[in-house]
Design a protein around this ligand. Structure first.
Ligand code: SAH
Ligand code: SF4
Ligand code: F3S
Length: 470
């Protein structure tokens, strides 16, 4: 074995007397988060696990004894960012060493899972590499690092990390604000041919209802008003209910809506194949469920959808949207798109534009296809030239920006409830959210943070709305 990984237990490390560096003073951790909301949630849970181990969180890397990069592997650029950041942190570590101090560097998240030991080889300053399923083992990993080891932990743990991660203190939750993420499902069994997620996050796991309810109750008790349920494939969630049966997401949403204090629910990200009748009905029947749905389609051409292994045609998606709109006519839709998947012709791309025009999105994310090592797409024939991808992305984004702008402008003159979230950038202002996830700027006298107030939209900016109390 060429890897310097060891598996010393913390007890052994302590016994050798080399577990003392920094143990008897205040330790600080700086976590930098890349990628999706699931990583944002994971970073908070890592901070909770480390708080229980004596680490306070800091917003400044320069103050930290431990720097964790919680990484994303979804596109090549995302993964490469990590290595350039590691270069900068290495310099900080060298400066520290000259002062006789230590800086521990860790890589977590999807790059950690995908590249494991390769990170240790490519970036010698890295002390630990921990995959998304083993965050509860961080204190143990750090003890081993203090014992002089470089540790790689990328197993899919047999134990459930959620059962082992400590709950955050009420004051910590309150500081994080009145909206919160709550991961209910992890992993993906869909294997879209472009995507690394099934390899970095493993197969689908659904948390049981009682665990989720307990976490949501803790959030509510700390003042959280809006909870967004997260999962790589959140609407495939089928956790065990207290009745011993597998529940669907629609039923879970109804249960969570009963928790006093929880006024708004959202969920993301969904796969079109997993929108069942109960969930669609919830959009019509459950007022707490906000009228906004992120439902990626990726492409509008059946040929490309098939090559992507999305397991549905464009017409299935359009029918589904019709059913969702029948249940909740004012629902706003958002999506993800990939241009330049291998084999995509001009005609295929026109199909994507046609689908976008037909649906009308309130917001959307669009990307150039990025071949990912180990995925079937990367091995396919017919890779599209970069310049063609650029042109297609520009055309698609121009259309999506127009749609988003039209949606924003359509809000002017309307009255709606807004959840006030935080102080605004300018003195005397506060920022809230509309039911459709738009930032709404109001005067601070309009209400306190955590209040839901009725406002009238007076003006639309590019990305936000200005409102007065209704
Ligand atoms: N679970 C979500 C997607 C997670 S990844 C879903 O099924 O929709 C977020 C988005 O990144 C995807 O929806 C897709 O549009 C984009 N993406 C994933 N892999 C990509 C790749 N190889 N190249 C470009 N974009 C990609
Ligand atoms: Fe990736 Fe497809 Fe799974 Fe979404 S559904 S995480 S795009 S494999
Ligand atoms: Fe990125 Fe992993 Fe999320 S690859 S998008 S951080 S699941």
């Amino acid at each position: 074995m060429d890897m310097p990984t060891t598996h010393r237990t913390p007890a052994r490390a302590a016994a050798t007397g080399d577990d003392t560096t920094g143990d008897d003073r205040d330790r600080k951790v700086f976590i930098k988060t890349y990628g999706c909301q699931m990583n944002v949630y994971d970073s908070q849970r890592m901070a909770d696990a480390l708080a229980a181990d004596g680490y306070a969180a800091t917003e400044r890397m320069e103050d930290a004894d431990l720097v964790l990069l919680n990484t994303c592997h979804i596109r090549e650029k995302a993964a490469e960012k990590v290595y350039s950041e590691l270069g900068r942190i290495r310099d900080l570590k060298t400066e520290r060493a000259l002062e006789g101090k230590t800086l521990t560097i860790g890589v977590t998240g999807c790059v950690a899972q995908a590249e494991g030991k390769e990170i240790i080889r490519r970036a010698p300053a890295v002390d630990l590499v921990v995959g998304p399923q083993t965050y509860h083992r961080l204190p143990d990993v750090l003890a081993r690092v203090r014992g002089g080891a470089r540790v790689v932990e990328t197993d899919y743990a047999i134990e459930d990390k959620f059962e082992h991660l400590p709950a955050p203190k009420k004051a910590v939750v309150a500081k994080r604000g009145v909206t919160a993420f709550l991961t209910v499902q992890e992993g993906c069994d869909k294997f879209c041919t472009f995507c690394v997620v099934p390899y970095t996050r493993g197969s689908e796991v659904s948390r049981p209802v009682e665990q989720i309810v307990a976490e949501a109750e803790r959030l509510a008790a700390a003042g959280v008003r809006e909870v967004t349920l997260l999962g790589q494939n959140v609407n495939a969630w089928h956790g065990q209910g207290p009745d011993g049966k597998a529940w669907g997401l629609g039923r879970l949403l109804f249960r969570l809506a009963e928790i006093p204090g929880i006024a708004r629910l959202r969920y993301t990200t969904s796969h079109p194949r997993d929108m069942d009748d109960e969930l669609i009905a919830a959009h019509g029947d459950l007022e707490t469920l906000m009228p906004y749905l992120h439902l990626p389609v990726q492409a509008g051409s059946d040929r490309i959808l098939k090559a992507m292994n999305r397991k549905h045609a464009a017409s299935d998606y359009l029918r589904l949207i019709e059913r969702i709109r029948a249940a909740r006519p004012d629902i706003a839709l958002s999506g993800d798109f990939i241009v330049g998947f291998p084999g995509e012709t001009d005609a295929d791309f026109e199909d994507t534009l046609r689908l976008v025009r037909e649906v009308g999105y309130a917001s959307a994310f669009s990307f150039k296809y990025s071949p990912r090592p180990g995925t079937p797409g990367a091995e396919m024939d017919g890779h599209v030239a970069e310049q063609v991808k650029d042109e297609r992305l520009q055309r698609l984004q121009a259309l999506l920006v127009d749609q988003q702008q039209a949606f924003t402008v359509s809000m002017v003159g309307r009255t709606m409830p807004v959840l006030i979230e935080k102080p605004g950038r300018q003195a005397g202002q506060r920022v809230g959210r509309s039911p459709w996830l738009q930032p709404v700027i109001v005067d601070e006298k309009a209400g306190g943070i955590g209040d839901i107030i009725d406002v009238r939209i007076m003006e639309a900016g590019f990305n936000s709305l200005h409102a007065v109390p209704a």
